[in-house]
Design a protein around this ligand. Structure first.
Ligand code: GUN
Length: 234
């Protein structure tokens, strides 16, 4: 089979390596890791625990000018934790971290396992202009499938000689997804992908949003979207 990905011609088409309905897939060791680290299900898929939140507060760099004055709620939003750090784990049962973006910059560090990341550099393309009366989330027919956003994909893993990454940085405003790969190339088993992520300034839900199917149509080609629908949050 010589088919290649419409996202990167040097790799095969992107598809999941694990079947979430196969309960045998999760090793008992992996269940123990989840227990010992105190990991909880993440809304993106996978499991996480916040391991650090800096008590230092810094001015919120994402505030719109002229907001956050007055109420207590606004005072809270005027600053952010300087940084937060989490453990994040993908497993054979929960093997996809669905497409989303954060406003903060995220530093990722690998501990164990292999996975593939896909980054859509949406922050580098002008947002399509939106006629009066339309919601800014709407995409007009003529704005679809132009494929203007750069898409990047790479493997994270221990094999640095093959180009696998131990560290990867994703700037704010870029859409990111990740999925678990077998521990051995061509194999079918995994002991999970365990990483750390540090976000600067610290994570807040209001800085986070999921990629919507509608938005994807305005960023990539139809062929690329067909290959990536499964990575959207259901
Ligand atoms: N709470 C829910 N998701 C996250 C996340 O990605 N990072 C942190 N620090 N907290 C979260």
């Amino acid at each position: 089979d010589t088919a290649t990905s419409s996202i990167d011609a040097s790799v095969p088409p992107l598809k999941p390596s694990f079947d979430p309905t196969n309960p045998q897939a999760e090793s008992s060791r992996l269940k123990q890791v989840i227990e010992h680290l105190g990991l909880q299900p993440h809304i993106e898929g996978g499991y996480f625990v916040e391991t650090d939140r800096d008590t230092l507060r810094v001015p919120n760099p994402f505030l719109e000018q002229g907001t956050a004055q007055g109420s207590n709620d606004d005072a809270e939003k005027a600053t952010r934790s300087a940084s937060t750090t989490i453990h994040y784990l993908l497993t054979p049962i929960s093997s996809l971290g669905a497409f989303h973006r954060n406003r903060g910059r995220t530093v990722h560090t690998l501990h164990q396992g292999r996975g593939r990341y896909v980054i859509i550099h949406a922050d580098e393309v002008a947002a399509p202009s939106c006629p009066k009366g339309y919601d800014s989330d709407d995409v007009l027919e003529e704005q679809r499938w132009q494929g203007k956003a750069k898409i990047e994909t790479f493997i994270v893993g221990q094999d640095v000689l093959k180009g696998e990454k131990l560290q990867w940085i994703v700037d704010g405003g870029k859409y990111k997804t990740s999925f678990l790969l077998p521990d051995e190339e061509g194999g079918d088993a995994s002991e999970g992908l365990l990483i750390s992520e540090t976000v600067v300034p610290g994570f807040e839900y209001e800085d986070h949003d999921f990629m919507k199917a509608e938005r994807m149509t305005a960023l990539v080609t139809k062929e690329q979207a067909e290959e990536m629908w499964w990575m959207l949050r259901k």
